[in-house]
Design a protein around this ligand. Sequence first.
Ligand code: GSH
Length: 269
Amino acid sequence: MIQLYQSMQSVCSGKVRLVLEEKGAEYEEIDINLQKGEQFDPEYKKLNPKAVVPTIIHNGKVIRESTLMINYLDQVFPNPPLTPDAPYLKFRMGLFPKMMDEEVHPAVNLITYAVATRHIRAANYTSEELEAHFAQTSDPERSRRQRLVHEQGPVAPVFAWGIQTMDKMLAALDGALEEFGGPWLLGDQYTLADVGVTNYVFRLEALAFESMWTENRPRVTAWWEAIKARPNYIGVTSRRLEPGAITSRREYGAAAWPYVEAALAGEGR
Ligand SMILES: N[C@@H](CCC(=O)N[C@@H](CS)C(=O)NCC(=O)O)C(=O)O
């Protein structure tokens, strides 16, 4: 049995659940409440010194970093395989997590914070508690940006960068679907490339930003419908939380949509 330290709405935890569901592996979810700062608990930091989720324990070993983790799980549970055999496809698969880890993950954090999290935090925390939260982060640059969008919301120029980065990700999905002919990003085989991007697209949908692909990217629209129809899609959130249950973010997202349109039109570039 695998222990998965996670948060139901975290994109990185979602990647891991998608793989565990695809493999039919048994796992126990242990929630780390990120809003309450449980990731900074000294006991948890012994498992994950960066104070982030997810972390898994498998056969007494601690495994962290979601991209490395899903590769590990694909080897530990070989069926169905989620890595192509052909070297070129393996290389193409690797470009996706590189883009997610380096560009898309910081962008999605920022967008979510600017659109929704700031309202949730403002309603539930005193200014002293918020200050304490910003102060204890393990990544000062991320904290600086969060503080900025906490104060300014989607008006902050960095929000446009976040949206343009997500648009670049959607263009990369579209490019792969065109090159390999679908239905999955690398063609016939559903792979870790599909797994690794699913939660980022899910987040855009949870913020009611799906027009970013439904309006002009029919290949991405068809891929996304196929992704949602897969049995492992239950892992995108958690078996305990239906994907459709995340509705409050859509209201916040609808209010922010004019800023998304402005960013897509090139303002703030
Ligand atoms: N590189 C790490 C990133 C993990 C990460 O950023 N996790 C977020 C949730 S998606 C988190 O725990 N954030 C808590 C915080 O920043 O305080 C991975 O892929 O596992």
